[in-house]
Design a protein around this ligand. Structure first.
Ligand SMILES: [Zn+2]
Length: 603
């Protein structure tokens, strides 16, 4: 990486490497027109307040207007934000983004009455309207999805009370964020070059990958020592968040906080329990991986600060963008012609903003509006990692493309529960292709390790987090006190179980719960593990079965939110209420682990 080289200005980036946001709005004045349109629609909808329960026709009119408004808002917002992401220093697009943001806030405020009013319509009445008013049947799934929450919706006075509480309820997360992002300061440590540098959360990740073990240990000790100073404060904020989850679940008459969280996706408890149980069944595989890591690092004791350092020497695999594109095209051939055609279109028709430039937003994402093709933001560097990121984001993009084409706007947007399947599946196929075509031993080891690490980080680690959340919420529900000590004790037991006998579980890491912001977004991380497992299992089916599996998968991509996530996945070939998909995913892990063990023992 050459940091002294200055980045090109936006205007100097060749047009073939820039996305074509003109496909959304040919000019900013077209954007203005839609802003006016959105305002009008929001006003019109505000005028229907209090009338939805009058008749099926009134309800239909409101739902149609709502679709139109949301579609316009999406487009307005997406355009402004993506223009700003091109160059954050551009004040024009900062302005447009600010306007789009406040427009959205206003509009969502104006339509916030719709859901409560629908919930107040008696079920029989609503059913009658759906069968009598032509056009209303289109909204059947949407209406079912709203009325599904009826048993968990309180009287309007109680709902108002809860709504007024919402800012207070988010306080633990806010306080934790302020403490850990703004107020907490980490000490200076000595880096690989003997220089004193301030430890930051961002640098911590880099230090954990340092080949110099002293640096890793110093960063590890310093980080946890600092968190340790705030252990009681953070325990108070985390347990308050947990109490909040339990309070809301009870108030809304859910059997448990976990049940309430999964209910939002209509996911059965068995999916969660099944994930944890199946991972436990396979922990010996994780322990073998840990043993292999210990062997490769050549250490007497493997410590928690040895978990992120690369165990395979970095191989020189320079992959320029155009080569990455060609490789991905070939790797995704098993997905068939239709997929391949759209993929090629994505690569050639202005979907992707490829390279970094001055002021451009960092990272990578896929996004877009319903009426135009999806867009992908990259900051492409010529390496393996970025090729995988590109394949990943194109997975999201093609998912959106297919859902947008097959579904009406009402049902085009897919849920988070299924979102990471399409992206991860592309990564799995890319890995498969690379392993098929790579014979160089060092490169193979590098690739396999890359994948094993993904499994460890996404499947094992996230399941461990999910299990921690489950235990902690259950303890709160049973009235057991949660303190810094009890949280650490729970966390330690999990660490020992997940990492096995070859890992020295340093006492510092008992406090890791204190630095995981995701715990404030309860019962969310398990979706990473289920998504990754589903994708791995589906990629296997596609490679082994061919066309029938491809057809099922394309239907899944076209499903949007026309059905519940679990049903969409089941139709694609993975039933997440059973251990099979997770077992199939882990079978891939096992296969790669065994090859790695063999490659290592051959020396
Ligand atoms: Zn993703």
């Amino acid at each position: 990486m050459n940091k002294s080289k200055t980045l090109p200005k936006r205007s100097d980036v060749p047009v073939e490497y820039k996305w074509r946001l003109e496909d959304i709005y040919p000019s900013d004045s077209d954007w203005e027109k839609d802003v006016q349109k959105a305002k009008q629609l929001a006003d019109q909808l505000a005028g229907l307040k209090g009338k939805l329960g009058q008749s099926g026709n009134d309800l239909l009119a409101a739902l149609k207007l709502q679709d139109e408004l949301l579609q316009t808002l999406d487009q307005v917002f997406v355009y402004a934000r993506m223009r700003r992401d091109e160059d954050n220093a551009n004040s024009t697009y900062q302005g447009l983004t600010d306007r789009a943001t406040s427009l959205s806030t206003q509009a969502y405020g104006a339509i916030s009455y719709i859901q409560p009013e629908i919930l107040e319509i008696p079920t029989d009445e609503l059913e009658k309207w759906i069968s009598e008013v032509s056009g209303l049947a289109h909204y059947r799934i949407l209406l079912d999805e709203i009325t599904r929450f009826k048993p968990h919706t309180l009287s309007s006075e109680e709902e108002a009370l809860l709504a007024n509480m919402s800012e207070l309820a988010s306080a633990p997360n806010k306080i934790y964020g302020m403490l850990s992002n703004a107020d907490m300061k980490f000490p200076m440590i000595t880096d690989e070059n003997g220089e004193e540098v301030e430890l930051t959360k961002g640098r911590y990740t880099q230090f954990m990958e340092s080949k110099d073990r002293r640096v890793r240990k110093e960063a590890f000790d310093a980080l946890y020592e600092t968190f340790g100073k705030f252990r009681n404060t953070i325990a108070a904020s985390l347990t308050s968040a947990v109490k909040g989850d339990v309070f809301y679940a009870r108030t809304r008459k859910y059997p448990s906080a976990l049940y309430a969280a999964l209910f939002a996706d209509n996911v059965d408890l068995s999916v969660y329990d099944n994930l944890i149980a199946t991972i436990h069944e396979h922990l010996p595989l994780m322990h073998r991986y840990i043993a292999l890591r210990k062997k490769l690092l050549g250490v007497d004791e493997l410590h928690m600060y040895d978990l992120y350092v690369p165990i395979v020497p970095e191989v020189d695999m320079k992959i320029p963008y155009d080569q990455a594109v060609e490789t991905i095209k070939v790797a995704l051939k098993p997905l068939g012609e239709e997929y391949g055609r759209v993929l090629a279109e994505g690569f050639s028709k202005g979907w992707i903003d490829v390279y970094e430039n001055e002021g451009k937003t960092s990272g990578a994402y896929s996004w877009g509006a319903y009426t135009t093709h999806p867009f992908v933001l990259m900051n492409y560097q010529d390496n393996v990692n970025n090729m995988f990121t590109l394949a990943h984001e194109m997975g999201h993009a093609l998912h959106s493309y297919h859902s947008n084409h097959a579904q009406p706007y009402t049902y085009a947007d897919y849920k988070i529960f299924v979102a990471e399947v399409a992206s991860t599946l592309n990564e799995a196929l890319l890995m498969h292709h690379l392993l098929e075509t790579t014979t160089d031993k060092a490169q193979r080891m590098y690739l396999i390790n890359y994948y094993l690490e993904q499994f460890r980080g996404t499947v094992f680690r996230q399941t461990m987090f999910a299990e921690f959340e489950k235990i902690v919420h259950e303890k709160e529900e049973q009235g057991e006190p949660l303190t810094a000590d009890s949280l650490s004790e729970i966390y330690r037991e999990l660490n020992v179980a997940y990492h096995g006998p070859d890992m020295v579980v340093d006492k510092q890491v008992d406090l890791e719960w204190a630095r995981i912001p995701h715990f404030y977004r309860n019962f969310y991380v398990y979706k990473y593990a289920t998504g990754f497992s589903a994708a791995t299992s589906l990629s296997k089916q596609i490679l082994e079965e061919g066309q029938p599996a491809v057809d099922r998968y394309l239907n899944f991509l076209k499903g949007g939110s026309s059905d519940y996530p679990l049903n969409l996945l089941k139709n694609a070939g993975v039933d997440m209420t059973t251990p099979d998909p997770i077992r199939e995913g882990l079978a891939v892990f096992k296969e790669l682990l065994e090859e790695m063990e063999q490659l290592v023992s051959k020396g």
